[in-house]
Design a protein around this ligand. Sequence first.
Ligand SMILES: NC(=O)c1ccc[n+]([C@@H]2O[C@H](COP(=O)([O-])OP(=O)(O)OC[C@H]3O[C@@H](n4cnc5c(N)ncnc54)[C@H](OP(=O)(O)O)[C@@H]3O)[C@@H](O)[C@H]2O)c1
Length: 357
Amino acid sequence: MSQDSQPGLSRRQMFTGTTAIVTATSLSACGGDEEEAPIIRPDGVPMSSFGEESTAEEVTAGLDLSGQTAVITGCNSGLGYETMRVLASRGAHVFGIARSIEKATDACNSVDGATTPFAGDLEQFETMAACADAIGATGAPIDMLILNAGVMALPELQQVNGIERHFVINHLGHFILANRLMEQVKAAPQGRFVTVGSQGYLWAPDDGIQFDKLDGTWMSEYVPNDAYGHSKLANGLFSLELARRLEGSTATANVIHPGVINTNLGRHYPTHIKIFASLFSWALPFFKSVEAGAATETYVATAPVLSETSGFYFEDCNPVVAGHNMENAAMAERLWTVSEGLTQAYIGSSASDVEES
Ligand SMILES: NC(=O)c1ccc[n+]([C@@H]2O[C@H](COP(=O)([O-])OP(=O)(O)OC[C@H]3O[C@@H](n4cnc5c(N)ncnc54)[C@H](OP(=O)(O)O)[C@@H]3O)[C@@H](O)[C@H]2O)c1
């Protein structure tokens, strides 16, 4: 991947997340007509004919996923639910992970096809280790591990064991799951790690991951989207370093931005913004339906043409060169090492390694 391209913050990019409605409205009111930064494509990565309006059903049309196993976090809501539904409808056996077994069971039972519920709370690391071990006990090679769950715009600075909470939920909890299931993914004929990141990585600090202030105090004044963006940059760097570590195996790792979709992700925003979003998102051109929002993660998890594509960032079912540290290999390697240090009691190979929290 190119290291030297740093596309600017386009108008469309500013729209990531539900608060984008406010930004969009004020820009429109000002008659803002600045040009979007051009999208830069990486060399050598297959392009698809799919785009921002394609749905998860459309990008999997004609695929028979019988015999394949998919694992997805956040299966009970929004993009994770739709992705699970479509993968199961194409014949995959989907292991759906939610915060509680009740939520996972309800979601799994409400879709057609083969599904199995699992529980794991991304901010309670011992539950993620136990979840991974329960999945491991099935013995099934994992063809797709989709790290989809996430939280956005927590209203005030919150910490879990001294670490800022977006970073814990969006990055560290998934880091544990991925590490603990690593060998099972590598055991599949062509296992894929798909991390659901966000264009919100552009909200991360210019100098990237704040290794010395992971407690969130790098923000002199707490800004919810900045904390989210920091964790989403971590998603991208995690995927980049994972891809490097998978070299020489048949497994791949990629990160995606799903688009802007009115899901429960906006639950922490003020009520007036949520009402505005629910009333008007259909009329705002940059909003996608949930069906379209699930397309990119579903496409990257299943497209036969991507069997050897690893270490890339996708939007609208196509690869994009991301800037703003997303391709900083040294930062990615450091993040991996730091994350190992923060989760070392939970990323071992068996449940006996797990400490009581
Ligand atoms: N929607 C967008 O516009 C947008 C844009 C860019 C990126 N994304 C990314 O897309 C992914 C899916 O988001 P979504 O839009 O589908 O939002 P959503 O409807 O709110 O779904 C988020 C899922 O994550 C789960 N989750 C949250 N905290 C968790 C925890 N501590 N442990 C386990 N699960 C947890 C939620 O479970 P509960 O229901 O139990 O809370 C829910 O299942 C996220 O990674 C998000 O950052 C979304």
